[in-house]
Write a protein that binds this ligand. Structure first.
Ligand code: ADP
Ligand code: NA
Length: 333
């Protein structure tokens, strides 16, 4: 009944990390190339402003994320690529979903608790309502599949709850129950200093993350300094249990190389960090350097990026506007 359609997005709130690349962008490219689904990718600038963003930096970051998508292989002739604020239907549907979602559901969102920290009273209302906007991003295209990292699983589940409640309350079968797609070895890349926190754009220290635009020396230095235990790599996969830092570096190697964790362990069993870390750094440079070179080339021509995003927004509106219009009719607006 629903067109097979993939939607996903990335916030323009600082530079892209290796976590964004392995957990999201690289997989977006795989979906595009598989050709089984329409693919729609978005720079979610409305999500970025749930916390303060300097206006000029936000604009630059939006172009940088768009450049990161294109440089990684998102082809604007194969996928719809745009920024969220240019398609008004996202915000319009989000208001309706604010009226469908329950306060109790939002109270259960762990990411709000993480991001608001101990000072939730001072968080923006937008940060609290963020998952309803995310549901609108997805459902305004009737997207059937959403590739995301592990941290977004709860939000996609909330999207399903909103779709179900809307369909139930209005006695329609209008919104699909979208599937989160969380797969591959690197769905939760951890930061390099602490195997228990995810690698994030907004992490405290630059040393704890690999940025997609880091140069070769910086990447080598960061992996060299990455926290590990002193043991060599194990002989079998089970030997990684209880070793979060080691597991993380193996996951990253697997994600970058296209191997499974098991294959990485088979190749490096018994290797010490003095051997594995430089190999990992070389692999990361080999994969990321061409992307960051291409990003720099694209960002030198911001007008061209804006033109691509504007064209994508036109394509996005063609899908989103009729779905929004029908939603209004169902609701009685
Ligand atoms: P960030 O968390 O870096 O601010 P976003 O919230 O914009 O990034 O997330 C964009 C996409 O990247 C989401 O699908 C998210 O799950 C994925 N992602 C972000 N960080 C990681 C990570 N450390 N490991 C795997 N995927 C990640
Ligand atoms: Na995130």
């Amino acid at each position: 009944q629903f067109t097979p359609r993939v939607f996903s997005g990335i916030k323009p709130s600082g530079g892209l990390t290796l976590g964004n690349y392995l957990g999201a962008i690289k997989r977006f490219v795989d979906w595009q190339e598989a050709g089984t689904h329409e693919t729609i990718y978005c720079v979610v600038d409305l999500h970025a402003i749930t916390v303060w963003q300097d206006p000029a930096e936000l604009h630059a970051a939006t172009r940088e994320v768009a450049a990161g998508f294109i440089a990684s292989g998102i082809d604007p002739t194969k996928s719809v690529l745009f920024n969220q604020s240019q398609v008004a239907a996202h915000a319009q549907l989000a208001w309706i979903f604010n009226c469908v979602a329950r306060v109790g559901w939002m109270n259960r969102m762990t990411q709000f608790k993480d991001k608001a920290g101990s000072n939730a009273e001072k968080a923006s209302l937008g940060l609290y309502a963020y998952p309803a906007l995310m549901a609108a991003d997805i459902l305004v295209y009737h997207a059937t599949h959403v590739p995301v990292g592990e941290d977004q699983k709860q939000h996609v589940e909330l999207t399903r709850d909103i779709a179900q409640k809307f369909n139930h309350d209005y006695k329609v079968d209008f919104f699909p129950e979208t599937e989160p797609v969380i797969e591959g070895p690197a769905t939760r890349v951890m930061n390099l200093r602490d195997g228990t926190k995810k690698m994030s754009k907004s992490g405290e220290s630059d040393m704890e993350r690999i940025n997609m635009t880091d140069d070769a020396d910086t990447i080598a230095k960061k992996f060299k300094k990455a926290k590990t235990d002193p043991e060599p790599l194990p002989e079998t996969l089970e030997g990684l249990e209880g070793r979060p830092e080691a597991k993380n570096l193996v996951d990253i190697y697997a994600g970058l190389s296209g191997m499974t964790d098991e294959q990485v362990i088979a190749e490096y069993s018994g290797a010490g960090w003095g051997r594995f870390k430089p190999a990992l750094a070389d692999l990361a440079v080999e994969k990321l350097a061409p992307i960051s070179t291409e990003m720099a080339r694209l960002m030198a021509d911001p007008a061209e990026i804006d033109r691509i995003l504007a064209h994508g927004a036109e394509q996005a509106r063609v899908i989103a506007n009729p779905i929004l219009k029908r939603t209004y009719e169902i609701v009685g607006l």
